[in-house]
Design a binder for this molecule. Structure first.
Ligand code: ITT
Length: 198
């Protein structure tokens, strides 16, 4: 007899995040996200840290949907910009979720700078029925390129080359990105925790 895969609802409306998570764990979990539950409330990300915002999303969505909810708050930290865009990564260019404007602002702010060091950071929170169960974090170090390269991935991927690579995440492709990304590293801890804790 075949048992259905356990349901894991991702507290996001960013289809790229869901797609990456599904590529990494879709064989073990039935992955859904906030777009599969049209009546869910919008969550105001009023926190000043990734953990605060991930917690807000996980609590709000897990009050409304059955089972375990996983949130992902993530972004890019650039050393020469004192950690910006950080938790404001998705609206850095002035318009929420506009990746072209975000990338244009990043390139403008980085013009002429020799320190190109940066990292992606991802914090994930597991919650059930409005209560936080556990949280996890992953980072990937790298550098900001002088111009966008590649068409894969999303967000700042065309401008970010992970350490040890001369190509951007957008050029390296999903499999390579997932194997070393901030999201992949956080998610590996999530799945290990779920396996160990049922
Ligand atoms: P949800 O809040 O609905 O999950 P969001 O896209 O607004 O979606 P965040 O508030 O966590 O999510 O902002 C994440 C932003 O950080 C995202 O819009 C990108 O600009 C950037 N980002 C995060 N992970 C990235 C990745 O893997 N590659 C490129 N950019 C990324």
């Amino acid at each position: 007899m075949l048992f259905p895969l356990p349901l894991l609802v991702i507290a996001t409306r960013n289809s790229h995040k869901t797609q990456e998570i599904r590529e990494m764990i879709g064989a073990r979990y039935q992955v859904r996200d906030a777009t599969d539950f049209p009546d869910l409330p919008a969550v105001d990300e009023t926190g000043t840290t990734f953990l605060e915002n991930a917690t807000l999303k996980a609590i709000a969505i897990s009050r409304e949907v059955p089972g375990i909810v996983l949130s992902d708050d993530s972004g890019l930290e650039v050393d020469a910009l004192h950690g910006a865009p950080g938790v404001w990564s998705s609206s850095f260019g002035g318009e929420e979720g506009n990746h072209a404007k975000n990338n244009a602002r990043l390139l403008a702010d980085m013009a002429g700078r020799t320190d190109r060091a940066a990292r992606f950071r991802c914090t994930m929170v597991l919650a059930k029925e409005g209560e936080v169960i556990a949280h996890f974090s992953g980072t990937v170090e790298g550098r900001i390129l002088d111009e966008p390269y590649g068409a894969g991935g999303f967000g700042y991927d065309p401008l970010f080359a992970p350490a040890g690579h001369d190509h951007s995440f957008a050029e390296l492709g999903a499999e390579v990105k997932n194997s070393m990304s901030h999201r992949g590293r956080a998610l590996a801890q999530v799945t290990q925790w779920l396996e160990e804790n049922g």
